[in-house]
Design a protein around this ligand. Sequence first.
Ligand SMILES: Cc1ncc(COP(=O)(O)O)c(C=O)c1O
Length: 419
Amino acid sequence: MSDTGTDTAFWHPFAPMGAVRHSEFVITRGQDVWLFDEQGSRYLDATASLWCVNAGHGRAEIVEAVAAQMRELATYQTFGDFANHPAQELSRRLAALAPMPGAKVFLASGGGDAIDTAAKMSREYFARTGEPERTVLISREYAYHGTHGFGTSLGGMPANRVAAPFVPDVVRVAYDDPAALEKEIELIGPERVAAFFVEPVIGAGGVLPPPPGYIEQTRDICSRHGVLFVVDSVICGFGRLGDWFGVDRFGVVPDLVVFAKGVTSGYLPLGGVVVHERVAAPFWEPGAPAFRHGATYAGHPTVCAAALANLDVLADEGLLKRAESLETTLHAALRSLGDHPLVAEVRGGTGVLGALEFDPERLASEPGLPAVVARHARERGVLIRPMISSVAFSPPLTLTDDHLDLLTAAVRGALDAAA
Ligand SMILES: Cc1ncc(COP(=O)(O)O)c(C=O)c1O
């Protein structure tokens, strides 16, 4: 662990810089589930960076694909009719894997700008199909949709609602009650509602799996009221829930799927939106005007090459299948910590995601408890993620039972130390 004492110029995201400026934790190397710091100490990466290194660190296949692409054509823009082979191939592959027919793929640089893309595309879809009054976007309490303009407004974690005023016509409903969504749509008037944004498993808001039937019922409610069903699978995709798009397991057909993170296992920044052919139609039919939206790095050839190599790794090594068993073993490992007096609830069991929720009384007297537990775990060689009232787990999909034993022992030690 590093306390350099030097004053950094690097402004970290989501960080109290007054404290962090003199004590950065500098990671220098990664291999599979392991990370190494400046001093050479080794850590188990039980969070896969920020829920994203699904294939594990140090994959030579991805590195070589990126280097080869950089030698050929490192970068070029894709506005207008410009294209490149990796962007074409990645879009083709994602469309073929997507749980909706004839899908089109809009590429962005990460989850936040993909969310902004989905929000603007939803409103623009209705503007083009004769229902311009459909502008309202509905999201859920505890939701996290990134920190861009629309994502901040859609977010359901009060602590993250900074820099008001927010985007107008955005409302939130309870995270676990389909009836609350229907009631809200009826209250607003269905003719005014454009889209409902839903994470299959809420991630940063606390790892909250959907109640049984929630995804299916909300899909149905949206269909009945003509509201677009936008799945935010930024965390849940590419194996995290044991399938490609984090929603396939529920057997529903989304209108839009927002993805990022695991599409490259985080090796390079990439996000995007997979769009149902029905939603894409008013943008793709002959004579349709351009959707005046997009970023310099959309369809960046090197980034797309990283994604293609990552998809090969996930498929060739059967990591989606592996995730299915890891979902059970991770949940069992976390449940074995449920008897600890600091732990009020163990969440997980839907995907390779889990959380330990802390005792509310203890949290009330010590709001920094999640960070304290995470720090103790780090001292024991395991990186876990502190959240508002819990700590989260989202390891690479290559995690083994031995790693899980190590994780459980270190976290129990960390809980004891914090208690
Ligand atoms: C569900 C979800 N949506 C969107 C985002 C934003 O992605 P990014 O951080 O790449 O902007 C995140 C990031 O954690 C996320 O978890």
